[in-house]
Design a protein around this ligand. Structure first.
Ligand SMILES: [Zn+2]
Length: 143
């Protein structure tokens, strides 16, 4: 399944290739302090691949907090956060926001809450290596 997503203005867009074909897409409402404030709900396919395209790199804020091991890619033009990446041992992993999906049947989404606050950093990075999208191409255009 090819899932298209983008922020509201289209500055940040992505194509998520979900394979094998999903019967359902987990949608995890994260309870960290940042996701609580903007309503972050994330998904990932650990056998999939992701291509992120940024039209204007100067209009993207890469926000980190806490352990600073994840970067939230915030479109500073429209305020939407379509993607989060994490660099682990030189490799980029990612999750995407289900709110940024375009044209995906909402009945495919299986909503659940997620709480990672009790994890130490090692457990957190290990979970991302296991669960996050492992093939990420990130293309930044413009300035
Ligand atoms: Zn935008």
């Amino acid at each position: 399944m090819l899932i298209n997503g983008r922020c509201h203005c289209g500055n940040i867009s992505f194509k998520l290739t979900w394979e094998p074909e999903p019967t359902e897409i987990p949608a995890r409402a994260c309870d960290c302090s940042f996701c609580t404030k903007h309503g972050g709900v994330w998904t990932s396919c650990n056998t999939g691949s992701l291509k992120v395209t940024v039209n204007s790199a100067s209009l993207v804020s890469k926000y980190s907090f806490g352990t600073k091991t994840a970067q939230f890619h915030i479109c500073t033009h429209c305020g939407v956060v379509p993607v989060v990446t994490s660099q682990i041992k030189g490799h980029t992993y990612a999750v995407v926001s289900v709110h940024a999906f375009e044209g995906v049947d909402p009945s495919l989404l299986k909503h659940a809450s997620a709480s990672f606050g009790e994890e130490d950093e090692e457990a957190r990075l290990g979970r991302r290596v296991k669960n996050w999208i492992p093939n990420v191409e990130y293309i930044e255009r413009g300035a």
